[in-house]
Design a protein around this ligand. Structure first.
Ligand code: NAD
Ligand code: MG
Length: 391
């Protein structure tokens, strides 16, 4: 039987890599593609939908719908637009779904896939950071299989296969350190969005690349690891490893450390999630140890990269503080991209949001209510936007 699959965020970096792997594994011959979603790039979305014989193509942007309809007019592919249409498409029955929309906007797709009892390939780490309890509860309730697509968490997940979870001592997440690893604070003060988005090791979307430059990406990943692997904050460690060859490690109580290695290519973790529980050949450059001269490690600098400290604070506080953290970070990045604030202001604004008494009152609300999560997400964005507006 052909597996029914959907890809949300199909036109993005993760989405295009997913489509590429699906095509290489037979495309529409082997997969019954239900939904593909995108936002701005209608030519690409329409082409993907035609190539994969999708049932429906959805754009997040209603103003783009006429363009999508025109591109697909001679096909029997349905079209739709807007966040509600994406949420509706995510309720269509599938066996496997990729959640690869960027930002908290991806939560509905993650929840929809989970509620099919499908395999949820989770690239959208923001879902689990802002709504970890809710998303994991829905996965349990509907018997969905959650497979992390973040390279670090895929590495940890793979290293934990067959392991005695009770014997887990530490999870060691590796971080490339981003483009400003060796910048001084003074140098970081003036960097532009274009500089921040140019990642030295991984080819990724603009927002996650900037998150890597601030290390907010690693901060999100610390929170993600806590939810996925159900461990204590003190068991999660971050180490800078500029070559990005070790994708992460787990240590057991007997001191044994298992590491996942490979060249940095997201088709590794995407392919693992696509083929799970099997392994298929993937179009990756295999690692040649004779060409690896060295692997370096260094501790992250908390002064230049305060995001990590804030992530541990979120873990200690619990409740909905992950939603405040993520939403304030997204709003601060919007401000940075619009040229309204500097690079270092992003962490300052997130810390202000975490300190805000009103937002702190809200974080004790129901962690299982999507309405509550949406409300606190909005309140945190408004808080940061007001600070940006008032200089
Ligand atoms: P991207 O910006 O390249 O693509 C994002 C996708 O989401 C696109 O299809 C875009 O059209 C769509 N989109 C954007 N805004 C939207 C909105 N408001 N509503 C609906 N759709 C919208 O991003 P990416 O790099 O592919 O990252 C996707 C997710 O995967 C993010 O959560 C990111 O943190 C995570 N991730 C990415 C990588 C990577 O290598 N790119 C690695 C690990 C995790
Ligand atoms: Mg990652």
């Amino acid at each position: 039987m052909r597996r029914k699959i959907s890809i949300f965020g199909a036109t993005g970096s993760i989405g295009q890599n997913t489509v590429d792997l699906v095509q290489r594994q037979g495309g529409a011959k082997n997969y019954n593609v239900i939904a593909l979603s995108g936002a701005a790039n209608m030519a690409l979305l329409a082409q993907q939908a035609i190539d994969l014989h999708a049932e429906i193509a959805i754009t997040a942007l209603p103003e783009k719908l006429p363009e999508l309809q025109a591109l697909l007019q001679n096909t029997n592919i349905e079209t739709a637009a807007g966040a509600d249409a994406i949420a509706e498409a995510a309720t269509r029955e599938i066996n496997w779904g990729m959640s690869a929309i960027v930002g908290a906007a991806g939560l509905n797709a993650s929840l929809g896939i989970a509620r099919q009892g499908a395999t949820l390939a989770l690239a959208n780490k923001e879902s689990i950071v802002c709504a970890g309890e809710l998303l994991l509860r829905e996965c349990r309730k509907y018997n969905a299989t959650l497979l992390p697509v973040d390279s670090e968490h895929s590495a940890v997940f793979q290293a934990l296969q067959g392991a005695d979870h009770g014997a887990l001592q530490r999870i060691i997440l590796t971080a490339s350190g981003g483009p400003f690893k060796d910048f001084s604070l003074a140098q970081m003060q003036d960097v532009t969005p274009a500089q921040a988005a140019a990642h030295p090791k991984w080819d990724m979307g603009q927002r996650i690349s900037i998150d890597s430059a601030t290390m907010f990406n690693k901060a999100l990943e610390v929170i993600e690891a806590k939810h996925l692997f159900n461990c204590e904050p003190a068991q999660i460690e971050v180490i800078i490893h500029p070559q990005s060859i070790i994708h992460s490690m787990v240590e057991f109580v007997d001191g044994a450390i298992l590491a996942h290695l490979g060249n940095p290519d997201m088709r590794g973790p995407i392919g693992y999630a696509l083929n799970h529980p099997n392994r298929n050949p993937l179009p990756l450059e295999h690692l040649d140890f004779s060409k690896l001269s060295r692997l370096d490690f260094q501790a992250p600098d908390p002064t230049r990269f305060p995001a990590l400290r804030l992530a541990y604070r979120v873990l200690e506080t619990g409740g909905l503080s992950g939603a405040v953290f993520n939403a304030s970070k997204e709003a601060a990045m919007d401000g940075f991209l619009a040229g309204k604030i500097g690079f270092l202001d992003m962490a300052l604004l997130v810390e202000k949001a975490l300190n805000d008494p009103y937002l702190n009152d809200q974080i004790a609300a129901d962690v299982f209510s999507q309405n509550v999560i949406t409300k606190i997400d909005l309140a945190a964005r408004q808080f940061v936007n007001a600070l940006i507006k008032n200089g």
